[in-house]
Structures are given as structure tokens and as C-alpha cells.
Design a protein around this ligand. Structure first.
Ligand code: PMP
Length: 368
């Protein structure tokens, strides 16, 4: 340890959540509702399974290190050039590549709080200084606070829209204001991991169109882990301002970062638009039920634009999350100051969502 870089020695480990097997074993439950990782309750498209089986014979052969076929498909679906697309072993890997490529110790990064843990951990790994911008009293993006935070030099700006874990959406006007406020010599990283869940909202910014007007480097991150149901295969992508940025990221990424199965699965998944539409529809319907039920019970629930719900559970969230585990329900408790009573619960299958709501009710009854 003594030989490690100081930044690496003190780094927090990303909390990747409990596995269903670990909970089954520890709590002796038969069924586990895994509602802490925002996975797709409908799974992947059946076409993905067929593609994976067909691909199995290629296991001895290295994948295409440029992931050309997948990038081509993403380029035509999003209207950007092939050279603007970069693939990651999950979009999290692209976050890491960006931090490795751009951050020197002491560089400033502005990000959101509460937020996706890796938006903070990866910059810290490079020794960056982090400014965290909170949400406002309505738990929405605080655009004035962003403008203030961006009024001094900054190297990287990173936020997710819609936000994880809050689920709030930055609208078109707010997006434009934040982009306008950012200094000219910084890199804009817009993490749209959950964008499919609010793409049809008229007020959701068309980030690619807005950013295309910019002269500074930018990248929009998306993933096949959520609406496409491929979290287990690790495929994310970035749509970058220009070929130079993609070339830079190519220098810091591992050459074969997207394996053959993942490339085959991505091609099949991107074909099946109906599966994505069904996933969005299902999430929207179940999310409404979860949110309304929690509100009826008196909990504060943030209106969600993603596949999870963030709510004030009115007691220490870590304790409640522990109690829910005894019912086989895994949720994600927040720990940051000001959010130690907040829980993020993913929208799961109808059965799992009901199991969560019933278990919460039983725990509340015991407490009273
Ligand atoms: N960004 C955000 C905001 C996320 O919530 C997640 C996953 N939880 C990711 C990026 C990473 O997703 P993946 O690596 O699976 O693409």
C-alpha cells in the first residue's frame, strides 16, 4: 500500500451493491427483489439471446478493437459521424478514460450532489479538486448555483441528465444556461445513462443539437445497460464533439474493451426498437404506481424521469435498507450529509415492486 499513489490509497470504493445470491444466503429468503442497480425488469431483447448463441463459436478470436460495426450503427441512429463515437466497457469506462486523459492533480471538476458515485471517484483518483453543486429545495437542478460554480476555472463539467439518484430532469432552458456559463476551456461531459426514459418529453434538451454549436470539447455518454437491458454485458458509448477527442480516448482505453459477445449483443439490441419502447412504457406505468403509493403513505417522493424513484424514508436510510434485506428486497440507501434519510429504489418487475411496497409497509407498522 505504501507504494501506491496517495490518491489511490485514500479513494472510496464504489458501492456496487449486494448480489441476489449474497442476500439469499445471508437472510435465507427464497426470492430476492434486486432494486438497487436500475436494471431492466424486462431483461434484454430476445434477439440478443439469439445473437449471443450465434456468436459463441467466435470465442477464440479477438474482437474488433475499433467496434466498428456497433459504432456505425450508433452513428447512423444518432446522426453523428462514425469518428465521433467511442465505445466503453459500460459508460463508466468512458468516464474513467475522460478523467485519465484530462485531469492533472489539482484540476477542478464541477459535478452534482447527490450524484452517481463514479462522477466523484474517478476525478478523485486523478487528484482533482471537486466542486459539488446541490439540487434546490424542490430537488431540481439549481441552475443559478451551477452558473456560480462555473464562474471560476474548471477542467471537467460532469452531470447526469436525468440525474441519478434524484431522477430530476434538467430542461432545455437550464441546459442552455449551464452550457453558456461553462468556461470556454473546459470539457463538457453530459451523462445521459437514463435519457431514453425522458426522450419523448418536449422539455428534455436535444443535447447533441445544442452542443454541436459549441467550440469547446464535449461528450454525451449513453449506455445499453438500462433501457436496452444489457447491464451484464457492459456496453456504453460516447458521442464526442470531434475525432480528436475520440483519438485521445483511444490512447487511454484498453484496446479490446468491448468483447465479441458484447458487440454482437449491442448490434442485435440496437435493432429491436420495440423492446426499448416496451421497457420505457413498463417503467413509466410501474414508476407511477410506486410513486403514488409512497406519496399516499406520506413520503416525499421526487417526480422521476428515470427508471428509479428517490424518496425520503423518514428514518436513517441505511437502517431501513438493512431491514428490507430481511424481506429479500435490495435498495440503495444514500449516506451523504442531507440525504441520510433518502433511498433510491429501482423500478423492477410488478411482483418485485409490490414486494418492496409491502415490506416497507410491514416495517413501518412494526416501528409504530
Ligand atoms: N452514469 C450513470 C448516471 C449511471 O447511473 C450509471 C449506472 N448506474 C452509469 C453511468 C454507468 O452505467 P454503465 O457502466 O452500466 O453503462
Amino acid at each position: 500500500q505504501r507504494l501506491a499513489r496517495p490518491d489511490a490509497r485514500v479513494l472510496g470504493v464504489y458501492n456496487s451493491g449486494l448480489s441476489a445470491d449474497a442476500v439469499r444466503e445471508k437472510y435465507g429468503v427464497e426470492h430476492v427483489a434486486k432494486l438497487a442497480s436500475n436494471e431492466n425488469p424486462l431483461g434484454a431483447s430476445p434477439q440478443v439471446t439469439r445473437a449471443l448463441i450465434a456468436e459463441a463459436s467466435g470465442s477464440a478470436i479477438y474482437p474488433d478493437s475499433a467496434s466498428r460495426a456497433v459504432r456505425q450503427k450508433i452513428a447512423s441512429a444518432t446522426g453523428v459521424g462514425l469518428e465521433q463515437v467511442v465505445m466503453g466497457n459500460g459508460s463508466e469506462e468512458i468516464l474513467q478514460m475522460l478523467c485519465t486523459a484530462f485531469l492533472n492533480p489539482g484540476d477542478r471538476v464541477v459535478t452534482l450532489i447527490p450524484s452517481f458515485g463514479l462522477h466523484e471517484i474517478f476525478p478523485r483518483m486523478m487528484g482533482a479538486e471537486i466542486t459539488m453543486v446541490g439540487v434546490d429545495a424542490q430537488r431540481q437542478f439549481d441552475v443559478a448555483a451551477w452558473e456560480q460554480a462555473l464562474s471560476t476555472p474548471v477542467k471537467l463539467v460532469i452531470f447526469s441528465n436525468p440525474s441519478n439518484p434524484v431522477g430530476c430532469m434538467l430542461n432545455r432552458e437550464g441546459f442552455q444556461r449551464i452550457i453558456d456559463a461553462a468556461p470556454q476551456d473546459c470539457v463538457l461531459v453530459i451523462d445521459e445513462a437514463y435519457y431514453e426514459y425522458c426522450e419523448s418529453d418536449l422539455d428534455y434538451p436535444d443535447s447533441l443539437r445544442v452542443l454541436a454549436q459549441q467550440t469547446r470539447p464535449w461528450i454525451v455518454l449513453r449506455t445499453l445497460s438500462k433501457a436496452y437491458g444489457l447491464a451484464g454485458l457492459r456496453i456504453g458509448y460516447g458521442l464526442a464533439s470531434d475525432v480528436e477527442l475520440v483519438n485521445l480516448l483511444d490512447r487511454v482505453r484498453t484496446p479490446f474493451n468491448i468483447n465479441r459477445s458484447a458487440q454482437a449483443a449491442a448490434l442485435a439490441a440496437l435493432e429491436d426498437k420495440a423492446h426499448v419502447a416496451a421497457s420505457m412504457e413498463f417503467v413509466s406505468q410501474q414508476r407511477a404506481i410506486i410513486s403514488a403509493t409512497l406519496r399516499e403513505k406520506g413520503y416525499e417522493v421526487v417526480p422521476s424521469h428515470a427508471n428509479f424513484v428517490f424518496f425520503d424514508c423518514q428514518r436513517p436510510s441505511v437502517e431501513l435498507a438493512e431491514q428490507l434485506l430481511t424481506y429479500g428486497v435490495i435498495v440503495k440507501p444514500w449516506r451523504e450529509p442531507g440525504y441520510a434519510r433518502w433511498i433510491r429504489v429501482s423500478v423492477g418487475s410488478e411482483h418485485d415492486n409490490q414486494l418492496f411496497l409491502r415490506s416497507l409497509e410491514l416495517i413501518s407498522m412494526q416501528a409504530n
